[in-house]
Design a protein around this ligand. Structure first.
Ligand SMILES: Cc1cc2nc3c(=O)[nH]c(=O)nc-3n(C[C@H](O)[C@H](O)[C@H](O)COP(=O)(O)OP(=O)(O)OC[C@H]3O[C@@H](n4cnc5c(N)ncnc54)[C@H](O)[C@@H]3O)c2cc1C
Length: 386
C-alpha cells in the first residue's frame, strides 16, 4: 500500500502481482519459519517458481523464458516479498532473476545460452555471483582468486565469501584474475559449476538477519574450468562486465529497500490503531502522527525517484550514478523506516513473530551489500567532480 497514488504499473502487472502473491502464500509464507531456522530455503522452491513463470521473465521464449523485458515484473516480485516479510527467501529469487541472470543473457554466447538459460528459467539451475573475497570487498580490483590458462582449461585457485545463494547455487559467476599482474584489466568472469572437482563450499554463515538466505564461503583448489565457461568473448573484460551489470543490481536493492520501508509503514500504521496506552490508541499521540507523516512523506518521495528509475532502466537509460543514488537513498530509508516501526511497536517490535522485527534485522545489510553507501557516494561524487 503506497501512501500516494502510483501510475507505474499496468493491468498485466497487477495480474502478475496477484498470481505471484498466491504463489508466495502457498509455497513460501507457510514455510518461512522453517527456512529461517534451517538457514536456507528449500531449493525445490526455485523449480516451483520456474514452473509458475516467476524466473527468467526477460529471457527469450526459445530458451524457456517469458520473453518480456520489463523490470516492472521484477519490481512486483521484490515488493510482494517485502509485503509478506520473507526477505531472506525472497533475496534468493531476486538475486537469481535480477542480478545473476543478466550475465548469462547478455554475455553468454549461443552455446552457453542454450546450455544454461533453460535450467535457469526452470529453476533447476540456481545461480550466484562471487566477487567478494575474505580480504577484499569494496576494492574489487585487488581480488586475488586466480584463473591461469592451461591448454583448454583454466586452473582456478582462491576463495570467496559472503556469497548469496552460496549453498544452493549450481552455477557461480566467479570473478577471477586471468592476469594477476594487472588490476582491473586482469579480471575475467567465468562460470564455476557445482560438480567441478576442487570447488567446495565452506560454512553457511551465521548472520544477524536474512536467516533463510544461504550466505556462504566458497573455496577453489586447482579447479579445472573449461575455457568454454569464460563469460564474454575476451579475457580481461570482467571488470567492465561487472560495471555494466551493477546498475540493475543496485536498482533491485533500491526497489527492495523502498518496498521494505513501505511495508514497515503499513504494518506500523495498522498496529498503532490497535494498541492502547493511557486510555487511547498509540495512534492518538502527536509523536506517532509525526513519525507516520515523516515515513509517508519519505516513502512517497523515494517512490517518485525509483519509479522513474525503473522506467529509465526499461529504456536502457539508467546511469550508474542514478542507480547509485537510488541504492544508497532507499537502503538508508529502509533502515530509518524499520527502526521507527520497531519503536512504535514497543516490545512487540522486538519479537520475531512480528514482521517488523524481522524486517529490522534483515534491513541492516542493504547499506552494505551491492556496494556500500560510502562507495555509492564515491560513484556519484566522482561523476559530479570529474
Ligand atoms: C548478507 C551479505 C550478502 C552478500 N552477498 C554477496 C554476493 O552474493 N556476492 C558477492 O560478491 N558479495 C556479496 N556480499 C559482499 C558485499 O558486497 C561486501 O560486503 C561489500 O561490498 C563491502 O565489502 P567489505 O565487506 O569487504 O567491506 P570493506 O570494503 O572492507 O569496507 C569496510 C568499510 O570501509 C568503507 N570503505 C571502503 N572503501 C571506501 C572508500 N573508498 N571510501 C570510503 N569508505 C570506504 C566501506 O564503505 C565500509 O564502511 C554480501 C555481503 C553480505 C553481508
Amino acid at each position: 500500500m503506497s501512501p500516494m497514488r502510483r501510475d507505474l504499473f499496468e493491468s498485466e502487472h497487477d495480474m502478475f502481482r496477484d498470481s505471484f502473491r498466491r504463489f508466495l502464500d502457498k509455497e513460501i509464507v507457510p514455510r518461512a519459519e522453517e527456512f529461517e531456522r534451517d538457514g536456507i530455503m528449500d531449493r525445490a522452491i526455485f523449480a516451483k517458481a520456474g514452473e509458475a513463470g516467476f524466473l527468467g521473465m526477460e529471457v527469450p521464449e526459445e530458451y524457456g523464458g517469458g520473453g518480456v523485458k520489463d523490470f516492472r515484473y521484477n519490481t512486483v516480485i521484490i515488493e510482494e516479498c517485502a509485503e509478506t516479510a520473507i526477505g531472506g527467501s525472497g533475496l534468493g529469487i531476486t538475486l537469481h532473476n535480477d542480478i545473476c541472470l543478466p550475465y548469462f543473457l547478455h554475455l553468454g554466447n549461443e552455446e552457453q545460452k542454450q546450455r544454461w538459460l533453460p535450467g535457469i528459467c526452470s529453476g533447476e539451475l540456481i545461480t550466484a555471483v562471487a566477487m567478494t573475497e575474505p580480504g577484499i570487498g569494496s576494492d574489487l580490483a585487488s581480488m586475488t582468486t586466480t584463473a591461469i590458462r592451461d591448454g583448454d582449461v583454466y586452473i582456478v585457485n582462491g576463495s570467496k565469501t559472503f556469497i548469496t545463494n552460496g549453498i544452493n547455487a549450481d552455477l557461480v559467476i566467479t570473478a577471477v584474475k586471468t592476469d594477476p599482474s594487472q588490476k582491473h584489466k586482469g579480471m575475467s568472469l567465468m562460470i564455476i559449476e557445482r560438480s567441478m572437482e576442487g570447488f567446495e563450499r565452506g560454512r553457511n554463515l551465521e548472520k544477524i538477519g536474512l536467516h533463510s538466505q544461504d550466505t556462504a564461503e566458497l573455496f577453489f583448489t586447482d579447479v579445472r574450468v573449461p575455457v568454454e565457461n569464460l563469460l564474454g568473448p575476451d579475457e580481461g573484460e570482467g571488470f567492465r562486465h561487472l560495471v555494466t551489470n551493477l546498475p540493475q543490481e543496485r536498482l533491485s536493492i533500491a526497489v527492495a529497500g523502498l518496498a521494505s520501508a513501505r511495508a514497515a509503514y503499513r504494518w506500523t500504521l495498522e498496529y498503532v490503531k490497535e494498541r492502547q496506552a493511557f486510555g487511547q490508541p498509540i495512534a492518538g499521540f502527536q509523536n506517532t502522527r509525526f513519525k507516520l507523516a515523516e515515513l509517508a512523506t519519505e516513502v512517497a518521495v523515494a517512490e517518485a525517484f525509483v519509479d522513474k528509475a525503473i522506467l529509465a532502466h526499461n529504456q536502457g537509460q539508467l546511469t550508474a550514478e542514478e542507480a547509485a543514488m537510488a541504492k544508497w537513498w532507499c537502503s538508508e530509508l529502509q533502515g530509518r523506516a524499520t527502526d521507527i516501526g520497531v519503536q512504535l511497536h514497543g516490545g512487540y517490535g522486538y519479537m520475531t513473530e512480528y514482521p517488523i522485527a524481522r524486517a529490522y534485522t534483515d534491513a541492516r545489510v542493504t547499506r552494505i551489500y551491492g556496494g556500500t553507501t560510502e562507495i555509492m557516494k564515491e560513484i556519484i561524487g566522482k561523476s559530479i567532480l570529474n
